[in-house]
Ligand binder design. Structure first.
Ligand code: NI
Length: 180
């Protein structure tokens, strides 16, 4: 079922979400089905459970080759629960700045610093272990989605607010159409 996505200003987006305690349950599968329907409907790259008002540490993401992300590598369709992120590297050179959008901040884009390389660990909906080392766009998507679990929206990480604005003004050629 397609659910409403909360927009910035809703206090639920600033809450700390709780870990999932039980895997492979009907409730968890129903939540993920709703998240998938909602993300597909809005053509998003990822979605976190709190964005539909469920304060659990569940994110989904995935990008097939998409004209909206001309420079983006593909990111495998992933369900990631109770994630733990570990930056790899750790110097300023390991930080990359790039444009992001968010389904909870429709119509806008901003330049956000993220770790370029990252290890992420967690579980899928069946309790299977996920443990990956990724970089660049894949790493960025994971960091963006997992931030939602800690009540952080990307505008809170922008260093220079001059690099934050309306998508159609920033990219009048339509190259960044869509909301996330
Ligand atoms: Ni987002």
């Amino acid at each position: 079922m397609i659910r409403d996505v909360l927009r910035m200003g809703d206090p639920r987006l600033f809450q700390l979400s709780e870990p999932v305690q039980a895997f492979d349950t009907p409730e968890l599968h129903a939540l993920i089905a709703d998240m998938r329907d909602t993300m597909a409907h809005l053509d998003g790259a990822g979605l976190a459970a709190p964005q539909i008002g469920v304060l659990l540490r569940v994110v989904i993401f995935g990008v097939k080759s998409n004209p909206r992300y001309p420079d983006a590598e593909e990111v495998p369709e992933t369900v990631l629960i109770n994630p733990v992120l570990t930056p790899l590297g750790g110097t300023d050179e390991d930080i990359e700045y790039a444009w992001e959008g968010c389904l909870s901040v429709p119509g806008m884009r901003g330049v956000v610093p993220r770790w370029r390389r990252l290890r992420y660990q967690g579980f899928d909906q069946y309790g299977g272990v996920i443990d990956r080392e990724v970089s660049d766009f894949h790493a960025r998507v994971v960091q963006h989605e997992c931030d939602h679990l800690d009540g952080i929206l990307y505008p809170m990480r922008i260093r220079d607010l001059r690099q934050f604005g309306y998508t159609e003004v920033l990219f009048p050629d339509g190259s960044m159409a869509g909301d996330d």
